[in-house]
Design a protein around this ligand. Structure first.
Ligand SMILES: Cc1ncc(C[n+]2csc(CCOP(=O)(O)OP(=O)(O)O)c2C)c(N)n1
Length: 391
């Protein structure tokens, strides 16, 4: 660690001060995978006309885009959560460091020791600074005052110029002041227009799916609100609520379905699917009949504050092109019922794309211990052999 962490009650920085300073240092673009801790900064960045907000599909992509921009003489800063540091490590370690490409990136630290956070953040919370040290990337905690921030950026710029290595600023919960004053959106703000407004909320769609899916079917939910909403709809031991491993629900479901024990439904988010888009290819190619992939398409990362996802992917049409055996898309409860029936009358792999609204009322966290969630499902699918009778 190059600088001591500020005390927990360090003042929060005005996001505009951060963005003004970045712009003054030539950064005209921010490549982002969101985190709720970064939301005030991202909200502001998405609305300012002097900075381009680039929604990256994964953290490694954000670093790589910034590296490519540097090669063209442009400056792109990156913002990501430490959950995604693993993904970012590959281009940091095998692109930026060996090629001498400096990238300035901000990392929100979840699971910082001494703070209360969800258990799936523990490992990265404990190791983020050490990982950066080990790969040789200098880092410092984001100061809470404008002068300190200016000095931090100047230090980062000096280090990057002298070493041609990336530099990381670590941020925590409350690092950025939540500005309440509304700012009119810039014309090019990347928020999805509300035109093709769906009539169904994700929570309602989840309740309906839970009613329709056979009780013995395995259901795997992606990180964020989807997991919470399925738990709120009614827990079952066949449910696997993922609270981290964003983007991996599809592949976990695929691995499980390929074992052939039970049919599997994966309830996924559009942002999560984009993060590991290749899983659609693998699922289509695997031709597993018992695999149902449900993608809630709300055009944003609802769980972290509604930041836009990249593009406007037609998931059902794409899955059909890739070779899913059956696909459907729906926009309302009535459409969901008939799409579900049609889809389930055919063998999989199936993909159901449901256009949903964003949900302003977050469901509470899943209160189960993570090993318990895994253990009870494993016990159902691969019960321990009965003890041999005593002879
Ligand atoms: C690798 C990684 N990057 C970022 C996050 C932070 N994060 C948690 S939930 C979430 C949004 C999920 O969006 P989406 O899959 O579209 O589902 P929605 O919340 O819109 O239902 C993000 C970005 C994370 N958990 N892991």
């Amino acid at each position: 660690m190059n600088a001591p962490a500020p005390p927990g009650d360090a003042p929060a920085l005005d996001p505009d001060v951060v963005l003004d300073t970045l712009v003054a240092h030539g950064y005209r673009e921010l490549a982002v995978v969101p985190c709720s801790y970064l939301t005030p900064l991202l909200e502001r960045a998405a609305r300012r006309p002097d900075i381009v907000y680039f929604p990256a599909t994964c953290e490694g992509e954000a670093i790589s885009v910034a590296a490519g921009a540097w090669l063209a003489g442009r400056r792109v800063a990156v913002a990501l959560q430490n959950s995604g540091l693993g993904d970012a490590l590959n281009p940091l370690a095998s692109l930026c460091l060996p090629y001498g490409i400096p990238v300035l990136f901000l990392v929100s630290v979840r699971g910082e020791p001494g703070t209360r956070d969800e258990p799936h953040h523990d490992v990265m919370g404990r190791t983020t600074a050490r990982i950066l040290d080990d790969v040789g990337i200098r880092h410092a905690w984001l100061p809470g005052d404008p002068d300190g921030f200016l000095r931090a950026i100047e230090e980062a710029e000096c280090v990057m110029a002298a070493t041609r290595r990336p530099y990381c600023l670590l941020t925590r919960k409350g690092s950025f002041r939540d500005l309440t004053a509304p700012v009119p959106p810039a014309p090019a703000a990347p928020r999805r227009p509300p035109s093709a407004a769906p009539a169904l909320s994700r929570a309602e769609a989840i309740r309906r799916l839970r009613e329709r899916l056979p009780a013995d079917q395995v259901v795997i939910t992606t990180t964020g609100l989807t997991s919470r909403e399925l738990y709120a709809a009614g827990d079952r031991p066949t449910h696997l609520y993922l609270s981290g491993s964003m983007g991996c629900a599809g592949a976990v479901g695929l691995g499980l379905a390929r074992a052939g024990r039970r049919p599997v439904a994966v309830l996924d988010g559009d942002g999560a699917v984009l993060m590991r888009f290749g899983t659609l290819v693998s699922a289509a190619a695997s031709a597993v009949p018992g695999f149902l992939h449900v993608v809630f398409n709300n055009g944003c990362y609802d769980s972290t504050g509604g930041q836009p996802v990249q593009g406007a992917v037609p998931f059902a049409a794409t899955a059909a092109l890739l070779g899913y055996a059956a696909t459907a898309r729906c926009n309302s409860l009535a459409e969901l019922q008939s799409a579900y029936d049609t889809l389930m009358s055919q063998p999989g792999p199936r993909l159901l794309e449901i256009k949903v609204t964003t949900d302003p009322v977050p469901a509470p966290r899943v209160p189960l211990a993570l090993p318990e969630i895994a253990t009870r499902l494993r016990a159902l699918l691969d019960p321990p052999a009965a003890a041999a009778p005593a002879s």
